[in-house]
Design a protein around this ligand. Structure first.
Ligand code: SF4
Length: 370
């Protein structure tokens, strides 16, 4: 019988740099719970081959299922079957994710940004998401504050990696106050140079809005120069995509993929989650960029994350019609957090041609992708 243990790809081939310089495994560790290094203090090879990254790999392999002891949670990216002694095999950086800035112009309901943007507190929850969201958010924040107090009073409590899943969940505290930051262009350039020739894709986004990063195009040019065969991708909320920047991106082909996250097919449903955004602006920027980029080789995608408030057949079919009307490529993704869609797999079969690669319908197993 084959090995049934699961692992992720990320601990073995991905480096994710946060805006404060800290390095983590992937977008799943948006809070920065298991930091493996810091690009202000170490080179990328030192981090990727260092003892802390090896500890991360060991932790991933220490549980057979999707539970990851590094972050004390189940991880949707832990989907690969283990083969042989993975710790003995050589590792290479194949995916480099850079969060140029953690600053964002929106306050999307379940985004970790709400936890490390000091201007957003529990007081905003009712205004932004109504009573149901306020209750969920208040319980979560109260639990995290309590966990911090308990940990400060009982310093002998082991760290998350040594706790069982329930205790790890209960004792997860607030996000560290130093999670915010913006990387200087010079640091980003050095990271790109250190990443090595095996990088297949650079994701120039994580949390935060990449189009708020002023030297965005200079950074993208550097990726193109140093890693000419590497794909470059950005995911944006679309609100800050301005024509002067977009014209350079298109004429110099500074991107291969640009995903606009516009979760709804009208203003009313879009604004339930994208707090501070407007459907007209985000969708208008998407349509304009897509029109101008035709023939440039840049793939422009409308990414529609499905939640319980935008998952009616009316909304979904309207999105499909709008995409056809505007000649857009539409990908549906499904939120796994608060507000997730409760629609059944067999009700949504008509979305299959429009699913984001590697994304399953609700109730189905996630594919082995990134
Ligand atoms: S299993 Fe998930 S959380 Fe754990 S290291 Fe891999 S990607 Fe990160």
């Amino acid at each position: 019988m084959g090995d049934t243990r699961l692992r992720c790809r990320h601990a073995f081939e991905t480096v994710t740099v946060h805006g404060n310089g800290e390095v983590v495994c992937s977008i799943i560790d948006g809070r920065g719970d298991f930091v493996v290094g810091n690009v202000y203090k170490q080179s990328l090879p030192q981090i990727f081959n260092g003892p802390r990254f090896q500890e991360l790999r060991r932790l991933v392999l220490s549980t057979p299922d999707q539970y990851c002891r590094a972050i004390g949670k189940h991880c949707p990216l832990k989907t690969r079957h283990v083969s042989g002694d993975e710790l003995e095999q050589p590792v290479q950086i194949k995916l480099l994710a850079i969060e140029p800035t953690s600053a964002c112009d929106l306050a999307c309901l379940t985004c970790p940004i709400r936890d490390f943007d000091s201007s957003i507190s529990w007081r905003n929850a009712y205004r932004d998401g109504g009573m149901k969201f306020w209750l969920w958010d208040s319980v979560r924040r109260f639990k995290q504050h309590t966990a911090d107090v308990i940990r400060s009073m009982v310093p002998s409590i082991p760290d998350t990696t040594q706790l069982n899943p329930m205790t790890a969940k209960l004792l997860r505290g607030r996000v560290h106050t130093n999670r915010n930051g913006t990387l200087p262009l010079s640091v980003i350039q050095r990271v790109i140079e250190e990443a090595g020739e095996h990088v297949e894709r650079v994701d120039f986004f994580n949390y935060g809005e990449p189009f708020l990063y002023r030297p965005l195009n200079d950074a993208l040019r550097h990726v193109r120069k140093i890693l000419p065969k590497t794909e470059i991708a950005i995911s944006t909320n679309g609100m800050q995509v301005h024509e002067n920047v977009e014209d350079q991106i298109i004429s110099e082909r500074l991107l291969d993929w640009l995903l606009f996250s516009v979760d709804g097919s009208d203003a009313e449903h879009y604004q339930r989650y994208r707090i501070g955004g407007t459907f007209e602006t985000a969708f208008g920027n998407l349509c304009r960029f897509s029109r101008k980029a035709k023939g440039s080789g840049i793939h422009v995608i409308w990414q529609y994350v499905v939640f319980e408030w935008n998952d009616s057949d009316d909304q979904l079919k309207r999105a499909i019609d709008l995409a056809a009307d505007q000649d857009l490529t539409l990908w549906f993704d499904f939120s796994g957090t608060w507000g997730r869609s409760r629609r059944k797999t067999d009700e949504l079969q008509y979305l299959v041609p429009y699913l984001k690669p590697f994304v399953p319908l609700p109730g189905e197993q996630r594919y082995d992708g990134r």
